[in-house]
Ligand binder design. Structure first.
Ligand code: ZN
Length: 319
């Protein structure tokens, strides 16, 4: 009975509070009272999300800039993205351990970008299935050197131990994972944000984890195919979701509006870059003008929008 009460009171605490894991900021000398708090939002129904900061990879990147989620089912836990470093992955793992003693069965990577995958190593001891797009292992391998350099340059000592962990199970089209009281249905998408995008539909609370197909607040990023990204966002509108966790930004129940906002930015960008090319304007000048009408709607617009133009202009030149 006593055990039950302890469990119940712990559960009550978890139900109404965010989970915090406090860790000393690395490199801080002397005082131990400077703590970086790793906060996890409890969405209810066994669904938790940690929101990274809206920082650009070139400005102040500390390995913790995207959404990291976990779903606690009756059989065990599925983790969705693990952060940009071993340290962030360890913080996420500690947060999971504060919520449940159940085993971590699955670690899912929504795509290959370094802010989403380098915490995988923190879960090796749990021996989960590491799951990703059919093309993820290859994409990790071809980017290994570039990402290692980036991590060393930006994460300093946190780059140590932040190793690539490749999928042990892949999604080619659809894959269903059984967590006991619920399923996760994974979809491997055609080329869009990257060539390795996976979204996850959780069927108990009705939660769609969109990965970086969807950005909210922060400027959407196109690395691979802007037209593919617009199409895949259209596909996501068929989801039975009650709430959506984007790759970056807040969780929302108004997710159709959020998808429309992202598509509006992408369509504006696509149209404006096409017009620039038609007028014979250089890529540099397109960077200054394309999608300028969207500028005030998005965070980190200057840097992300210029990068997007840099990605899509050369591809659209050959349309
Ligand atoms: Zn990404």
């Amino acid at each position: 009975m006593r055990n039950l009460m302890i469990i119940m009171s712990t559960f009550a605490l978890i139900s109404c509070q965010a989970v915090h894991v406090d860790q000393p900021i690395s490199g801080t000398q002397g005082s131990n009272n400077v703590l970086a708090s790793f906060v996890v939002e409890n969405l209810g129904d066994g669904i938790y999300v940690h929101h990274g900061a809206h920082l650009d990879i070139d400005e102040g990147y500390q390995g913790d800039i995207c959404n990291l989620s976990f779903v606690v089912g009756s059989k065990g836990v599925a983790v969705i993205d693990t952060g940009g470093s071993l340290k962030v992955g360890q913080q996420l793992r500690e947060a999971i351990r504060k919520v449940t003693p159940l085993p971590v069965l699955y670690v899912i990577n929504t795509h290959v970008h370094p802010d989403h995958i380098y915490g995988n190593a923190a879960f090796l001891a749990d021996a989960p299935q590491f799951i990703g797009h059919d093309k993820l292992a290859n994409a990790m391998e071809t980017r290994r050197e570039q990402y290692q350099k980036l991590n060393a340059r930006l994460l300093h000592e946190d780059a140590i131990g932040s190793e690539l962990v490749k999928p042990t199970m892949v999604v080619k089209d659809k894959l269903t994972l059984d967590l006991g009281d619920r399923n996760l249905e994974l979809t491997a998408h055609p080329v869009a944000h990257t060539n390795t995008d996976v979204s996850i539909m959780e069927n108990k609370a009705g939660t769609l984890f969109a990965g970086d197909l969807l950005f909210i607040e922060r400027t959407p990023v196109v690395e691979s195919d802007i037209k593919g990204l617009i199409t895949e966002l259209e596909e996501l509108k068929n989801s039975p979701a009650k709430q959506v966790v984007p790759g970056h930004g807040p969780v929302t129940k108004q997710w159709l509006a959020a998808i429309n906002n992202a598509q509006h930015y992408l369509n504006t960008l696509l149209t404006d870059v096409r017009v620039s090319i038609k007028k014979g304007q250089s890529m540099e000048s397109a960077m200054d003008t394309a999608a300028a009408t969207e500028k005030d709607k998005w965070r980190l617009f200057e840097v992300a929008n210029r990068r997007n133009v840099n990605t899509i202009y050369p591809a659209l030149e050959w349309e």
